[in-house]
Design a protein around this ligand. Structure first.
Ligand code: ADP
Ligand code: MG
Length: 570
């Protein structure tokens, strides 16, 4: 009897605060987004003790008059939408009108705000959801919100906070995301009095990325630019071979809104395909601008996720955009860096893909490669091969510096691309074996081999089955060296069985495994001529930046890097 009550507003806000603000970083996010919605061109964020003691966000946005300033703290008070239809085409960050009420309910919040043309501003102080004071105040145009003693009113929540460093690192991540999403706006972040990030207003994209993520990211990134009447995708994506083991370095902005979207991440990863190692993720900063009506951002309380009207089209466009960036890079099309940006796009390989199959002989094929002009002035011929070290790497003196090539990875990619092309064209180049090679399998291996045989035949193999588990190779691809065949097959079968539960279609797995097993080993001495031929072929191979498993084929130590390391310049 009489036990059901309507909850008081402060309590409702405190409960809601659990959803909207779970840690100092989410307070910073809400405040910054409000500043940007208010049209600020500069925001400064000051933090003390990981935000647990103090969070201050100051902006030069539109400010509020006295009435709006009071209203701002009421639950579901927002200036941003007034009817349901507005939700469908929202362009501002906020719209729930919950953040300020929620923050004010769990901390001590003082807000000073003034509109540009107003003579005076107003200062309002809330403590644990209760209005403490409200006075006219002199203050600069814009809004300053200072949050002290976060969660003092909800000790249970406070207990969940981590160390000062951890909380601050979350704040730094938030500011980074917001600063990347809003490149026109200037940002400043201080922790315990020290400047941590400074990004002036109206930076060029490259300069902003360098200010936020550091210059290294750009040195390893390719430019993405894709535009149709309905979508604009732009930004940077990591060079193949620079993949990372965490998705933390993926920055996605849809209509300037910072989101994480698995569809887009997958589209990017799929575009990399074999250029990416198994559990690696490319780093990227991608902006997608589309009609706001095409995307629903109201599916998550903190607006981290989105729903697309046409997910298939988005998937296709994003992969296409990234693929273009990657293939531009691989075919050696030097993308012109913006003037003064200091961005270096490295060139991989020199020759056109068309020439690639002129040389059907792999260096282990044993035969004299036909059609190589000794005066061939290809990329490699102009560069000096220094030699092989550790029987594993080939060193090349290049214009940019010292290139170190992983001989196995390089050869693996060469073979993979040649096999693939021959299979696609159904024109395998085969060689009859003088002495057929016998392969003895156990039951398990025999099952795998039987499945693989039709695909292997498409690559130029010919098999006979002598008895249940004995197979005989009568012919093999001309790309392979016949002496090694038995060993190659043993390793091939081992690998096929070990990787059996990998989520990859059979012909692709066969292709990769065969390329890997047939390639020159890491730790095998090869002659100078063989080194030359390997590099020449590599320069004519598509996707040459990485091996089929996505590991880098070459690492370049640039002269500028050497100068830095010898302290010849900073
Ligand atoms: P929402 O952003 O969802 O509208 P908030 O609780 O974050 O809800 O803010 C409530 C309202 O307060 C906003 O709609 C806006 O009118 C006003 N406001 C908040 N912060 C600022 C600011 N920095 N500058 C100007 N107006 C602000
Ligand atoms: Mg808001």
């Amino acid at each position: 009897m009489g036990s059901i009550k309507v909850l008081p507003d402060t309590l409702i806000s405190q409960i809601a605060a659990g959803e909207v603000v779970d840690r100092p970083a989410s307070v910073v996010k809400e405040l910054l987004e409000n500043s940007i919605d208010a049209g600020a061109t500069h925001c400064s964020v000051e933090i003390e003790q990981g935000g647990m003691k103090l969070i201050a966000v100051r902006d030069n946005g539109c400010g509020m008059d006295a009435l709006d300033a009071q209203m701002a703290f009421a639950r579901h008070a927002t200036s941003k939408i007034s009817q349901f239809d507005d939700l469908q085409k929202i362009e501002s960050y906020g719209f729930r009108g919950e953040a300020l009420a929620a923050i004010a309910s769990v901390a001590i919040v003082s807000m000073r705000t003034r509109m540009k043309d107003a003579d005076s501003g107003i200062e309002i102080v809330y403590k644990g959801g209760k209005l403490e004071s409200e006075n006219a105040a002199g203050c600069p145009a814009g809004t300053e919100i200072v949050v002290r003693n976060l969660f003092f009113a909800t000790p249970a929540r406070k207990k969940f906070l981590k160390s000062e460093t951890t909380e601050f690192s979350h704040i730094a991540a938030v500011v980074s995301h917001v600063a990347l999403a809003n490149q026109g706006v200037g940002f400043e972040l201080k922790h315990n009095g020290k400047a941590v990030l400074q990004a002036p207003a109206a930076q060029m994209p490259e300069a902003r990325i360098a200010a936020v993520l550091g210059k290294n990211f750009l040195e390893d990134a390719l430019k993405v630019f894709f535009k149709t009447p309905s979508i604009h995708i732009h930004g940077f994506t990591g060079r193949p071979g620079m993949a990372l083991s965490s998705k933390r370095h993926q920055y996605l902005f849809i209509n300037r809104r910072d989101v994480s979207d698995s569809l887009v991440s997958r589209a990017v990863c799929d575009a990399y395909g074999t250029r990416l190692p198994g559990r690696a993720y490319p780093a990227f900063v991608l902006n997608i601008d589309i009609d706001p009506a095409e995307v629903d951002i109201n599916v998550h309380p903190r607006k981290l996720m989105v729903k697309f009207l046409e997910p298939n089209r988005i998937y296709r466009d994003v992969s296409q955009a990234v693929l273009q960036a990657l293939s531009g890079f691989e075919s050696g099309v030097l993308q012109a860096p913006r003037a003064g940006s200091g961005v270096v796009y490295r060139q991989a390989g020199g020759q056109s893909v068309q020439d690639a199959l002129e040389f059907t002989e792999a260096i282990l094929g044993g035969r004299e490669p036909a059609g190589i002009d000794p005066r061939d002035n290809s990329e490699i011929a102009r560069n000096d091969i220094i030699g092989q070290i550790a029987d594993s790497y080939i060193l090349v003196f290049e214009e940019e510096g010292l290139a170190i090539i992983d001989q196995h990875a390089a050869h693996e990619r060469i073979l993979y691309e040649k096999f693939k092309r021959q299979a696609q064209e159904a024109a395998p180049v085969s060689q009859k074996l003088l002495a057929p090679v016998e392969i003895e399998c156990n039951a398990q291996e025999s099952v795998f081999l039987k499945d693989a045989i039709p695909h292997l035949e498409r690559l130029g193999f010919e098999f006979d089955q002598w008895s249940g588990n004995t197979f005989v190779v009568q012919a093999c691809p001309a790309l392979l060296k016949s002496e090694n065949l038995q060993k190659v097959f043993r390793e091939f079968l081992d690998e096929m069985i070990e990787g059996a539960n990998r989520n990859e279609i059979l012909p692709e797995r066969i292709l990769k495994t065969l390329a890997c097993k047939a390639a020159i080993k890491f730790g095998m001495r090869i002659s100078h001529e063989e080194q030359e031929q390997l590099l020449r072929e590599l320069s004519q191979t598509p996707n040459s930046a990485t091996c089929p498993h996505g590991r880098p084929v070459r690492v370049v130590v640039t002269f500028s890097e050497l100068e830095r390391r010898f302290y010849r310049r900073k």
